[in-house]
Structures are given as C-alpha cells and as structure tokens.
Design a protein around this ligand. Structure first.
Ligand code: SF4
Ligand code: SF4
Length: 377
C-alpha cells in the first residue's frame, strides 16, 4: 500500500523489512528522496511510522549549516555591483525552494559547490539552504565550512528562511539603485528592465514543492530574473520560454536611443523546467549571460557555459553561436575549436551594446531618460 501511495515510488516495504533486520541503508536512501507528504503512513494498514523512522535514520548524523544572515549589505553591493554588471563575476545563482528534489537532496549541495568553485556568487534560502549543508566531502566538510559567507565571487551565502528570499531579489534591486543610481520609489518597471538586461542573476527552484516556492519563482520573473525549475515543478504548468531562432531580440540602445536587433537571446528563457542536475547546471550558466556583458565578461561566462556543457553533456553547446557577438567574446582556451564551429554555422558578427533596455520598445509611461539618466522624471 505504502509503495503505491508514494508519489516518488520509493521501495518502502523492502526498506522497512531490511531495517527490522538491522540494515538501514535502504531506509536512508528512501529518506533522501522523501518529500514528507505522509501518504505512506495514511495508506499503511499496520501503522508503520515511516516519518519517525526516517527521522531516526537522519538523526544519527549531524551536519553544519551556516546560520541565515539576512539582507545583503549596501557596502557589499558597492563592491560587487560593477563586476556583476560588467560580467566579470559570471553571475549570482540563488538556490531556493523545497524538498521534492528529483533525485538526492545532495544535488543542491553539488550544484552550489560547482558554481562557488567557478567564482559565481551562490545564495541559498529556505529548505535549499538547509539541505546544502547535508553533504560532506571526504574530509567531512560541508560547503558552508569550505566557502566564505560573503556576497562576493566564490561566496556561499545563506540569507535565511524561505521568507528571506526577498533579500535575494532585494540584492538585485540594490544593484540597480546603488550602482546605477535608479530611484526605488514607484520605479519597478525601470528596475526590472535593468535587472533583466544587466544583472546576471539566476534563481534555481530545484524542488518547488509548495505553491509558495513556485510563487517565489514568479516574483523573480517579474523582476527580470530567470528561474530554472526541477522536473517535479512541471506540475505548476508554467514556463516562459523563448524560441531563440525566431523571436525578435530588438532592444533600445540607451546611448544612441536607436532600436537595435541584437540577434542574441540573452537571457534565453525566463522560466524553464529541466530534467536533470546536469541540464540545470548548463542552463544556469547560459541564463547568466546578459546583453550588457563586456567582451571580457562574456568570455568568462562562455568559458563556464562551454566547460560545463563539455563535461556534463558532451561537446560544444549546439546553440553557442547565438551567444558570441564578436571574436572578442570567444574564450581563449576554446578559441580554435569555437572558430571552426562558427564557420560551420555561418556565424556573423552581432552588435555589442553597453546600455541595452526594453524601455522605448513598447508603450509605457517609463521613458528612456529614466534608464539613461538614472533619475526618474
Ligand atoms: S512521506 Fe515520503 S515515503 Fe511517504 S509517501 Fe510521501 S514521499 Fe513517499
Ligand atoms: S516553502 Fe520554503 S520552508 Fe516550506 S518547504 Fe518550501 S522551501 Fe521549505
């Protein structure tokens, strides 16, 4: 009964039988994949207390989790605002959301560590922040013991509980306010436009079990932050996907105040469900690219995109040519290989903008001067 009731089809009967004989490995395996819905207990005719058993299996081990630290300070934003906007810090990756992870809970820790190693800024909240501390390396250390707590390249920041997600979006707003001098009051549209076009931030809701977690993702989308969702999140039936080849990627060049077809899909999607940890990591690296990236920043971002794709999926990304604007964007390390690939694709140069904005491309009360001047009229 329990196995039929379990949405994750966990082998509960055999795990309980083995546990009765003193072998707890399978029960632990189930615990790592359990979303805590309680359906197994409801369905069990013998009153087996699955949740209590899971808790006792889990309680044999302890982990170190960094305490939630609250908002990102203005002084930190002043330090990292420029490198984030120019692209030399390749991105801010925020892991949020709950426990219905597709495979092991350790996947969050693995993804967070990969991006911290690559000098992205890694931010976590809610249950994701908690489970990131539940993987130890061979020396018994969790990511919180290995990476600094700073909102800076290579930092791993636990902002706090699920409600502390507002500190993550708050950091993006502060970048627009402090670094670009955009006023905060009644200026959501211009700030969201700034974040969408210039702040390489990506949210990851690897297990959006609750509606609250799904709505956090929507909140990020409203502010121009793309979100990668885990496979179980497809139940919310919402994605915002582009068709990169066909869609119009025209923006306003804030400097010349002319419309420019950039031909580059950055960021390619606003909300996308992916099916594996590997796909998620490649997608995160891709969605950190912004039209505002300097050639140096784009090189750094493309290095990670190419390297992750080669390691986790194999070969060069098939859509790589869309993200290379000029030869200066091509990472030195992959130059020869990428040049051959571009030749095959019939690649042509694309414009590079330093002040891209969507304001002015559609009907709105916001004016291009609000973006350029950083002063709301
Ligand atoms: S509580 Fe866990 S084990 Fe029980 S049905 Fe839900 S997911 Fe399966
Ligand atoms: S909504 Fe937040 S606190 Fe609740 S389960 Fe999800 S991540 Fe955890």
């Amino acid at each position: 009964n329990c196995e039929q009731a379990c949405p994750n089809l966990l082998p509960l009967a055999s795990a309980v039988q083995k546990a009765a004989q003193g072998d707890f490995e399978e029960l632990k395996w189930c615990f790592e994949r359990c979303i805590g819905c309680g359906k197994c207990e409801e369905a069990c005719n013998h009153g087996v207390p699955f949740q209590k058993m899971f808790q006792s299996v889990a309680s044999w081990e302890t982990w170190k989790c960094r305490a939630g630290r609250g908002p990102i300070m203005d002084t930190e934003i002043r330090k990292v605002g420029a490198p984030i906007v120019l692209g030399t810090i390749p991105g801010v990756v925020a892991f949020v959301g709950c426990s219905n992870f597709p495979e092991e809970i350790e996947e969050i820790a693995e993804m967070a560590e990969e991006f911290a190693k690559r000098k992205y800024i890694v931010v976590l909240s809610g249950c994701s922040a908690m489970v990131a501390g539940m993987k130890k390396d061979k020396d018994g250390l969790t990511i919180y013991e290995k990476y600094p707590p700073d909102f800076d390249a290579g930092g791993v920041v636990n902002v706090g509980s699920c409600v502390a997600n507002s500190h993550i979006t708050g950091a993006a707003i502060k970048i627009a306010n402090i670094f670009a001098n955009l006023p905060l009051r009644a200026n959501y549209e211009v700030i969201a436009d700034y974040v969408l076009n210039r702040v390489g931030a990506v949210g990851v809701a690897w297990g959006a079990m609750s509606q609250k977690a799904a709505s956090i993702a929507t909140g990020c989308n409203r502010l121009g932050i793309p979100v990668v969702l885990g496979p179980h999140s497809s139940k919310y039936r919402r994605q915002y996907l582009s068709r990169k080849e066909e869609d119009d990627w025209t923006v306003m060049d804030g400097r010349t105040q002319q419309l420019v077809n950039t031909q580059e899909p950055t960021p390619e999607h606003l909300c996308i469900v992916v099916e594996s940890k590997e796909r998620a990591m490649v997608t995160i690296a891709k969605l950190c690219m912004r039209k505002n990236d300097t050639p140096q920043g784009r090189q750094i971002k493309l290095t990670h995109y190419i390297d992750l794709h080669k390691k986790l999926i194999g070969g060069l990304p098939p859509d790589l040519h869309h993200f290379i604007r000029t030869e200066r964007d091509i990472p030195m390390f992959f130059k020869r290989e990428v040049m051959e690939f571009l030749k095959e694709k019939g690649w042509e140069k694309k414009p590079v903008l330093s002040l891209p904005t969507l304001i002015g491309t559609y009907k709105s009360k916001a004016k291009i001067e609000d973006v350029v001047g950083g002063v709301k009229k």
